[in-house]
Ligand binder design. Structure first.
Ligand code: GLU
Length: 409
């Protein structure tokens, strides 16, 4: 099974519990537009580098397409399609006036110089600028891209269309970005983790957490949990894991990572593997890296009480069924990691109004939106005796479907 098929499986499972015609299903699953461009740049060596860039615009019934740009060697059309579709459901679950899109570049950014990365980004924008924009499609950071890449996108876009900071979100704070955007996905994970723990009569303080992935999302999640008294007993990255049953000293780990660029080698814990981290007996397991982490075998081996999906698409359908039958609640990606796109929405609003919000306002409004959405999904899942993933899809499908009908097909 491929990623887009898995997303559609979740869509179908929810749709089958709703009053949705087959035509409507097909309409809602099929992407509106798929761009695939050849991005050719001069490498530092003088050689010509050839990369393939994608932008999939899935659905804009509720507003402009919205979603990140991923730079990673695994990026391909199917992955972009799946992630674009997830954005449609994500923006609908948290009720933002956006649709869903996603894109990326098949490249390994760790092997590119800063100059190559900039040329690649600008060339990509050169090829797709007519299809993006503040009221068309608004890219944002994802795996392998950051605020600097977004700044280049804004600048390149402005050469063709003038000053439009709202054409991309996740920009540097000093270059039309929003306070709180960089930490937003991790902060959102912290909030939904607190909410699900509360429903199960537990608190962050004293609970144990394992976080797979220590990039932007995983590291901010760890910091928020640690500051609230949570015990982060394991973290990992692409090179390996570190564990400490007493709780890892996250500020110390951050110092280590800032020099060594990886978690292993950290003195305040024992070296371990990604597999061991995923099967540790913890209160909350947080996959915060790439998709496709949980297959059936892994789902049977997991010993966590709760799973909060910080990554997009970490759970294959077969694993999802196993978690459900084992009574392990999963807070699904389209709800759990929506904090990023929520603050992207605030950034877009600030850009359109040429006005700035304080960090306090951003975090307050983010929390309100996430808690409200969490409660809606959780309560619906209880009412319908279904998983939170199915409930989240049901809520999203009803909102997108309603917009389709109201706007006219
Ligand atoms: N890439 C992030 C996501 O998957 C953020 C998207 C955005 O802010 O538009 O949700």
């Amino acid at each position: 099974m491929q990623a887009f098929e898995a997303t559609n499986f979740y869509f179908d499972r929810a749709a089958s519990l709703m009053d949705l015609t087959d035509n409507m299903r097909t309409l809602m699953i099929t992407p509106d537009r798929e761009l695939r461009v050849e991005v050719t740049i001069e490498m530092d060596s003088g050689q010509i580098g050839n990369f393939i860039g994608y932008r999939v615009q899935h659905d804009n019934a509720r507003g402009p397409f919205k979603g990140g740009l991923r730079y990673h060697p695994h990026v391909d059309q199917d992955e972009a399609r799946s992630l674009a579709s997830l954005m449609t459901w994500k923006t609908a679950v948290v009720d933002l006036p956006f649709g869903g899109g996603k894109g990326g570049m098949n490249c390994d950014p760790s092997k590119l110089s800063r100059g190559e990365l900039e040329r690649l980004t600008r060339k990509f924008v050169l090829q797709i600028h007519d299809f993006i924009g503040p009221d068309k499609d608004i890219p944002a950071p994802d795996v392998g891209t950051d605020a600097q890449v977004m700044a280049w996108i804004m600048n390149e876009y402005s050469k063709f269309h003038g000053f439009h900071p709202a054409c991309v979100t996740g920009k540097p704070v000093e270059f039309h970005g929003s306070a709180g955007r960089e930490a937003a996905t991790g902060y959102g994970i912290f909030i939904v983790t607190r909410e699900i723990l509360n429903r199960l009569k537990q608190e962050i303080a004293g609970s144990t957490f394992a976080i797979q992935g220590y990039g932007n999302v995983g590291s901010f999640t760890a910091r928020f949990l640690h500051n609230a008294g949570g015990k982060v007993v394991a973290v990992s990255d692409a090179y390996g894991a570190v564990t400490n049953p007493e709780g890892i000293d996250i500020p110390e780990l951050d110092k280590h990572v800032s020099t060594d660029r990886k978690v292993i080698g950290f003195k305040g814990g024992d070296a371990s593997t990604n597999e061991q981290l995923l099967t540790m007996p913890v209160d909350v397991l947080i996959p915060a890296a790439l998709g496709g982490v949980f297959d059936a075998t892994m789902a049977k081996a997991v010993q966590a009480k709760i799973i909060v999906e910080a990554a997009n698409g970490p759970t294959w359908p077969e694993a999802d069924e196993i978690f459900h039958s084992r009574g392990i609640p999963v807070v699904p990606d389209i709800l759990a990691n929506a904090g990023g796109v929520i603050v992207s929405y605030f950034e877009w609003v600030q850009n359109l109004q040429h006005f700035r919000w304080s960090l306090e306002q951003v975090q307050r409004e983010q929390e309100t939106k996430l808690v409200e959405s969490f409660n809606k999904v959780y309560d619906l899942s209880q009412r319908k005796s279904t998983s939170m993933r199915t409930a989240a899809f049901m809520l999203a499908i009803s909102r997108v479907g309603r917009a389709r009908v109201l706007g006219g097909i």
